[in-house]
Structure formats: structure tokens, C-alpha cells
Design a protein around this ligand. Sequence first.
Ligand SMILES: [Zn+2]
Length: 102
Amino acid sequence: MKQKHSKKPKKQVDMARERINILFEQADLRFKENSKLSDRYVELARKIAMKYKVRMPRELKRKFCKHCHKYLKPGVNCRVRTTGKNVVYYCKNCKRYMRIGY
Ligand SMILES: [Zn+2]
């Protein structure tokens, strides 16, 4: 029996979180051979997050560019610098910066 869809059950939210984690894991694994696939995984993870209104965990937020949403791999398609309290990511895809506080 199905319940009426009033609000998102906690179970679904937990599942969404897990799927997001898995997608980022996969994105990392696939990056070397096919970075476009990684971008797709990021896209999917973002869609899931939006659908279930799940906030992206901090450690995942820095794994993709907030401007062009591409998967970021430090030393490959992004540069990471620390300035005092902030970490600055420079995305080589869209050539923009993103600042992340600790
Ligand atoms: Zn970018």
C-alpha cells in the first residue's frame, strides 16, 4: 500500500543522500577514463538533491564547480589554493573561482 504524497518520508531522503554519495564515488572512479561521464553523475546527483531537497554535504560541494557544474579534480581540471581561512578553487573549464570556507 502506498502512502499519500504529502511530504518526503525520511527513508526517501536517506536513500537520496546515499545515491548522491554513490554518484560522486562513481564520478571519481570514472574521471580518468571519461570525465564527461563524471559530469553526468554530478548532474544526476544535483537533480536528486533538488528533488528531495537534500543539502549537498560540504565535502561534496567542493567536488564540482558551482558555475559550470563540472566534476572537479584538483591538479587536473582545477587548481586549489588556500588563502587564510578560505580555500579557493579555480575551475579550468569555465575559468572562474569559487571560494569555500572551512
Ligand atoms: Zn566551472
